[in-house]
Write a protein that binds this ligand. Structure first.
Ligand code: AMP
Ligand code: GLY
Length: 426
């Protein structure tokens, strides 16, 4: 079948790699795409993905049998609703179901109603009641903007002053809403479930590194690196997550008349009281997809089709249990703030082999040269028999990439590596 992939990041390069590798994929289009996705099919930068009628017309014209949507913005904008209404198979949640990512308040209310473990919270539209709540609860405390903020709308405040400033800033926008919640302690991990509206099958685990600098310091980013599997998530914890978090979420969404189809990405805190939900995303993560896709041993296309068609019960999602993957994001200097675009990246051909893949994110090709064209630019991904081995390979590859204007964290995977050194690996 013809497949249309929506997006232009490193995640979409990784998805293109998995989709185009399927015998079911006759041809792949990516809109808008990037130089990485161009290697697996045809990019369509001319197709405006915000124009749902144009996307529908394109699918009809090309006989597209499956649309896969990478980022959250088109999901929240209802692209899946419009494609489905036109009889086109689209993988991902409807606009209403994407509220699980698009509105933190919506998700927290669902958690409260269905007893899903999460941080204690309250929602506010007014400054004064929010400040009163902060003072009553004390610090540390977490203040979150309600809507999509690309991972940057969260302040974990250690002082009341910081928390108060966050409340005032976030509520200064007209119509803004915030969630103020208890600070959870533990290790974070990401759990992915493939959902058909009723049932779910696990589709991998990973650990992201959100802060920009080594040792988890500095501002939050979209993600500076990741590895899979998240060895801290034992099979027993995975079962608990499926039972206490994923299953009641699907039930709640169904009962509210908005069944959830697509990828439910649970950001978890593994607390002393068990796994708790920090947030949901309703798509594959970026850069988590860059470590999940290379480990996949089963075909992604029939799995996504089964979810769209409403029955994942027969889907086997296979990962090689003896293969770990680790990705290090190389970002342009200044990220997550303002970055300079246009510097040249050289030497990628020397690093790619059976164990190393460089997924391209914010890049553009110009006259045969590869230029940086965004904040996160490369996801240098390596496989290995352990996370330590994958880590060593990824950093060896980075040392051979010639891009002085880029930077990366030097410690991606440190928690898992420490566990492996202590004898607790994959
Ligand atoms: P979110 O956008 O909700 O994933 O939040 C971004 C980051 O803020 C998370 O990855 C956590 O590191 C942190 N965070 C969010 N909520 C909490 C919480 N309740 N307790 C502790 N840390 C949190
Ligand atoms: N890496 C975090 C995300 O994709 O939301």
């Amino acid at each position: 079948m013809a497949i249309l992939l929506i997006g232009s990041g490193g995640r979409e390069h990784a998805l293109a790699y998995a989709l185009a590798g399927s015998p079911y994929c006759r041809c792949l289009f990516t809109a808008p795409g990037n130089p990485g996705t161009a290697a697996f099919g045809r990019n369509r930068p001319d197709l405006d993905v915000a124009d749902h009628a144009a996307v529908t017309a394109f699918c009809r014209q090309e006989g597209v049998g499956l649309v896969v949507i990478g980022p959250e913005v088109p999901l929240v904008a209802g692209l899946v609703d419009d494609l489905r209404a036109a009889g086109i198979r689209a993988f991902g949640p409807t606009r209403a179901a994407a509220q699980l990512e698009g509105s933190k308040g919506f998700t927290k209310d669902l958690c409260a109603e269905y007893g899903i473990p999460t941080a204690a919270f309250a929602r506010f539209r007014e400054v004064e009641p929010a400040l009163a709540y902060l003072r009553e609860r004390g610090v540390p405390i977490v203040v979150k903007a309600d809507g999509l903020a690309a991972g940057k709308g969260v302040v974990v405040a250690d002082t009341l002053r910081e928390a108060e400033a966050a409340v005032r800033t976030m509520l200064s926008e007209p119509g803004a809403e915030i969630v103020v919640e208890e600070c959870l302690f533990g290790e974070e991990a990401s759990f992915f479930a493939l959902c058909d509206g009723t049932r779910a099958v696990p589709i991998g685990t990973a650990q992201d590194h959100k802060r920009v600098f080594d040792g988890d310091r500095g501002p939050n980013t979209g993600g500076m690196g990741a590895y899979s599997p998240a060895t801290v998530l034992t099979p027993e914890i995975e079962r608990t997550v499926m039972e206490t978090i994923i299953a009641p979420t699907l039930q709640g969404m169904r009962e509210r008349g908005n069944p959830f189809t697509g990828i439910l990405y649970a950001g978890l805190m593994l607390t002393a009281d068990g796994p708790k939900l920090i947030e949901y995303n309703t798509r594959f993560g970026d850069p988590e997809a860059q470590v999940l896709m290379p480990r996949l041993t089963s075909d992604l296309v029939p799995a996504l089709v089964a979810a769209c068609d409403g029955d994942v019960s027969g889907v086997e999602v296979g990962f090689d249990p003896h293969r770990a993957a680790l990705t290090v994001v190389m970002a342009a200097a200044g990220y997550p703030g303002t970055v300079v675009r246009g510097s040249e990246i050289r030497g990628l051909d020397n690093v790619i082999d059976d164990e190393v893949i460089v997924f391209l994110a914010g890049t553009r090709a110009e006259n045969g040269r590869l230029l940086a064209d965004g904040g996160r630019v490369l996801a240098v991904t390596a496989l290995g028999a352990s996370i330590l081995e994958a880590q060593a390979r990824a950093y060896a590859a980075i040392s051979r990439i010639d891009w002085p204007e880029g930077f990366c964290r030097r410690d991606i995977g440190y928690r898992a590596v420490a566990r492996e050194v202590a004898g607790d690996g994959i």
